[in-house]
Design a binder for this molecule. Structure first.
Ligand code: PLP
Length: 397
């Protein structure tokens, strides 16, 4: 059978969905000798031994059977304790559902709230992994561009709320934002909450970077929908172990949702993954209960590296950006760059540094590049110098 007829016999959504530009850059540069990869969103440290030990102890004990669809009770209890510590009020394990990474929390949320031709509003530039899965299931991402004005990213609430139609099921907000490093204020979150309540649509929050927040001294997390909403209202929050505790390869996350949705969420999990491995969840309990020192060290490193990257980029006259207030990315505009994908591949070839192309983050993203700075500091410094030298001697496409 020809390749063409094979491809013509799968759904148009799965055939025609564009590849993520982040994956494209990584595949292109992955095996280049000496490359400094800053394309994906992860640090350079492996998971702390203590968390790994809890997982290997579980395996050694024979915890190798089918497990709870919504996560083991011990992990859901630990999630409730963690939230109680960070939000200063009581949380119930009944609102937490363990998923295969933050990505499956997102997938579960959108499978539950958006059907064919339903719309979900997403401020853009945004991480491509909301729009992609929505399109794959026949729903419609409605990307509303933010403005980059006077060196700052601004969310225009009139424009955002004007995008709500009778087909809209949810408004998706990622704060702190990948790729922008922009963080919503409490007032922003209240405005979104009030409009979503008024229009009867879901708030779908992605707060996976909430601990990577460069606010005032003493603040240990970004403003959250949990500060302004009731957990039993139309609120779904995606989160993950990947970022705070250096566990990207574990693929464990969680969805926080009204308890009434429990059976619906369990069904979606049953028909997708049938649950997350128990031994992995044991490692996650250790991370929640004993991982604060590690999170604090990661945050200190991210802040120092952000300052380093900002200092170097500020010296490059063609480069514009807003200093990030959260997450661990620089998203910078290069004057005159029209094709971020070609430029990204050229920088891999000519400077041996790996960025992600801004175009992959949707409307408003072209003309920019994204880099992850939660890396080894000396490698980051080397990457910034290589890029600076490249930009002095080359024209971007
Ligand atoms: C904004 C955002 N949400 C969710 C995720 C998903 O994380 P995970 O690796 O746990 O699937 C990522 C990962 O990069 C992300 O950047």
């Amino acid at each position: 059978m020809s390749n063409e007829s094979l491809l013509n016999s799968i759904t148009s959504q799965s055939r025609d969905e564009p590849d993520s530009g982040i994956v494209k850059a990584a595949m292109y540069g992955f095996s280049k000798p000496g490359i400094i990869p800053l394309w994906s969103g992860e640090g350079n440290l492996p998971t702390p031994q203590e968390f790994c030990q809890a997982a290997t102890d579980s395996l050694a004990k024979g915890e190798t059977f089918y497990t709870w669809q919504r996560g083991i009770p011990e992990l859901r209890d630990a999630l409730a304790r963690y939230h109680t510590r960070h939000f200063g009020r009581e949380f119930s394990p009944e609102n937490f559902f363990v998923t295969g990474g933050g990505m499956q929390a997102i997938q579960t949320a959108i499978q539950m709230i958006a059907g064919e031709n339903d719309e979900v509003i997403i401020p853009s530039p945004a991480w491509p992994n909301y729009a992609g899965p929505l399109r794959l299931q026949g729903s419609r991402p409605v990307e509303v561009p933010m403005d980059f004005k006077d060196g700052k990213w601004c969310l225009d609430f009139d424009r955002l709320f004007d995008a709500i139609t009778p087909h809209t099921k949810a408004l998706c907000l990622n704060s702190p934002s990948n790729p922008l490093g922009w963080t919503a204020t409490l007032e922003d979150l209240i405005a979104i909450r009030d409009e979503c309540r008024k229009r009867g649509i879901w708030i779908f929050g992605d707060e996976v970077y909430s601990r990577f927040y460069y606010g005032a001294k003493g603040e240990t997390r970004a403003p959250s929908f949990l500060d302004v909403c009731d957990v039993e209202e139309r609120l779904l929050l995606a989160n993950t172990f990947s970022k705070n505790w250096a566990m990207t390869g574990w693929r464990v996350g969680w969805l926080q949702a009204p308890r009434e949705l429990g059976p619906a969420i369990e069904r979606i999990i049953q028909y997708n993954t049938s649950g997350t491995a128990t031994f992995l969840q044991r490692g996650c309990v250790a991370a929640l209960d004993r991982g604060e020192g590690f999170v604090a060290a990661q945050l200190a490193k991210a802040r120092a590296n952000r300052d380093l990257a900002v200092a170097v980029l500020r010296e490059l006259p063609q480069v514009r950006f807003e200093t990030p207030t959260g997450a661990f990315y620089m998203f910078f505009k290069i004057d005159g760059m029209k094709d971020s994908t070609t430029t990204t591949l050229r920088i891999i070839d000519e400077a041996n540094v790996g960025f992600a192309p801004g175009a992959t983050f949707g409307p408003g993203g072209e003309g920019h590049l994204r880099m992850c700075y939660l890396r080894d500091t000396s490698k980051l410094e080397e990457a910034m110098n290589r890029f600076g030298d490249w930009l002095k001697n080359h024209h971007p496409d």
